[in-house]
Design a protein around this ligand. Structure first.
Ligand SMILES: *Cc1c(COP(=O)(O)O)cnc(C)c1O
Length: 373
């Protein structure tokens, strides 16, 4: 079976983890690799502050919490995403309000934002989905006009660029994940990025129980969380930073091979594009079935599975999640583009260690599936 995502792991990881263990620096409170990983990552994103955390979901939770969002508030959220993006809003008792996506990029459609803003709106969360950056300028313009902070969910887009600028520093806060299938990985892990020193300070306090925010170490001025990244995990992150550029090149290579091999099937497959403003890192090679393949995703995926190709279905949109439908503030039909993509999209094996012959096997199987399904 060709897996949908297998990470690249080198030999430096073992070496750095061993040295963290030998130094007795295991926790997330101290150890040289935490600061080192943070400063390497801040440099990559061109931001003033990077804060290592336990995973991408807690990065998002801290971002929403640091903005002071709470019960009664609304946060606009790109509807097609990993539900962690919406759950982060729910954790604070606020409502994630779905915004539909653009047909070509599958990212939030800037033209759909303004109509969803109410007096209760407190922030906008955009997602650089599948590694393609969001069209930020029109969104930042709307956000400024309404005095709303913007959070970038960069969990799938480490190193991606919008108009030459790396994601994570394009708005108020950036959130990253280092889960096993992301652009680089620490197994589980995350990072929050910002240029705002006050937000950085608040996020650092919130991630570590708010120790020392009062008059002494154990006097707390806020209810914090323990979302620290252990030094042993940061050691893996430091090693992985060496491969970020090569992983991105490899992802772009895989995407270009798939796109070249599949362009002739434009009547049944919508392929990912790269807008003029974008440098995509193609986290996953995501396609959408159309024409005679519309509505036939399970058969298509089952056929590929029999051919030894693992695939994964696209995300189930926020506006169509049962848990939110029951709470009554979303309508399943309010984001038709995301509904189509969520129901007809899937991604092909895209891990950085896939071989050229495996790419050929995937292409051959997809062509065969198009003929048979
Ligand atoms: C992976 C992912 C997350 C969650 O990150 P975890 O590290 O798994 O918690 C959040 N948002 C998006 C868009 C993701 O792809």
């Amino acid at each position: 079976m060709i897996p949908v995502a297998k990470p690249y792991i080198g030999s430096k990881e073992k070496e750095l983890v061993a040295s963290a263990v030998e130094a007795g620096e295991l926790s997330g409170n101290f150890g040289r690799y935490i600061g080192e990983f943070e400063s390497k990552f801040a440099h990559l994103c061109g931001v003033g502050h990077a804060i290592a955390v336990s995973n991408g979901t807690t990065a998002l939770h801290l971002a929403i919490a640091a903005l002071g969002i709470g019960p009664g508030d609304e946060v606009l959220v790109q509807t097609l995403t990993n539900m962690a993006t919406a759950f982060a809003v729910s954790y604070l008792g606020a409502k994630p309000v779905p915004v539909d996506v653009d047909e070509k990029t599958w990212n939030i459609d800037p033209g759909q934002i303004e109509s969803k803003i109410t007096k209760k709106t407190k922030a906008i969360v955009v997602v650089h989905l599948f590694g393609h950056p969001v069209d930020m300028d029109p969104i930042l313009e709307i956000a400024r006009a309404h005095n709303l902070p913007v959070i970038e969910d960069c969990a799938e887009a480490h190193g991606a660029k919008y108009k030459g600028k790396v994601v994570g520093g394009l708005a108020e806060i950036g959130c990253f994940s280092f889960y096993a299938n992301k652009i680089i990985t620490t197994g589980e892990g995350g990072m929050v990025t910002t240029n705002d020193p006050a937000l950085a300070k608040k996020i650092r306090a919130l991630k570590s129980l708010g120790y020392g925010t009062g008059s002494s170490k154990f006097n707390h001025d806020l209810i914090g969380y323990n979302y620290r990244m252990p030094n042993t995990i940061a050691a893996i992150g430091c090693a992985q930073m060496d491969y970020i550029e090569s992983n991105i090149l490899q992802k772009r290579h895989i995407a270009s091979r798939y796109s070249t091999g599949l362009t002739e099937y434009a009547d049944v497959l919508q392929l990912p594009i790269e807008e003029a403003y974008a440098m995509s890192v193609y986290w996953m090679y995501h396609i959408v079935l159309k024409g005679k393949l519309q509505g036939r995703r399970s058969e298509f995926m089952a056929f590929l599975k029999k051919e030894g190709i693992e695939t994964r279905e696209s995300f189930w949109p926020l506006n169509a999640q049962r848990i939110y439908l029951e709470q009554g503030f979303v309508r399943s039909d309010e984001c038709p583009v995301a509904n189509y993509v969520g129901g007809n999209g899937l991604y092909l094996p895209s891990g950085p260690v896939i071989s050229e012959s495996e790419i050929e096997m995937v292409l051959a199987a997809v062509r065969k599936a198009i003929g048979r399904v």
